[in-house]
Design a protein around this ligand. Structure first.
Ligand SMILES: [Zn+2]
Length: 109
């Protein structure tokens, strides 16, 4: 992902509009690119600051809020990956079970 692409994803990220794939690529870039992280921090601080005016997140440090948000996003990406692994595994297991049943049936003929 380029910095330009990452910058375009900042607002969708804050609005929670990224797909899991986009989110993963975005997090990867932001965590390894200082200038994009700074950019995100600025946007996030503004956004979180506005939310604070509404009474949300009262008394919380802005930096911590972004760290927390990034952590939650990472957990989401990781959780989705884990789910995919589990899903694939259960599919393979189901196929194996089916194969065993079919083979047993054939052997019993
Ligand atoms: Zn960048």
């Amino acid at each position: 992902m380029t910095c330009k692409e990452a910058e375009q994803m900042i607002m969708p990220y804050i609005n929670d509009e990224l797909t899991d794939k986009e989110l993963e690529a975005f997090l990867e870039h932001v965590c390894s690119c200082g200038s994009c992280y700074e950019e995100l921090e600025i946007y996030y601080t503004i956004y979180a600051g506005l939310a604070q005016l509404d009474g949300e997140n009262e008394g919380q440090d802005m930096r911590n809020l972004l760290q927390e948000a990034l952590y939650i996003s990472e957990q989401r990406v990781r959780g989705r990956k884990l789910f995919n692994v589990f899903y694939t595994f259960s599919q393979v297991l189901a196929m194996a079970a089916l194969t065993v049943i079919i083979v047993t049936e054939i052997l019993n003929l």
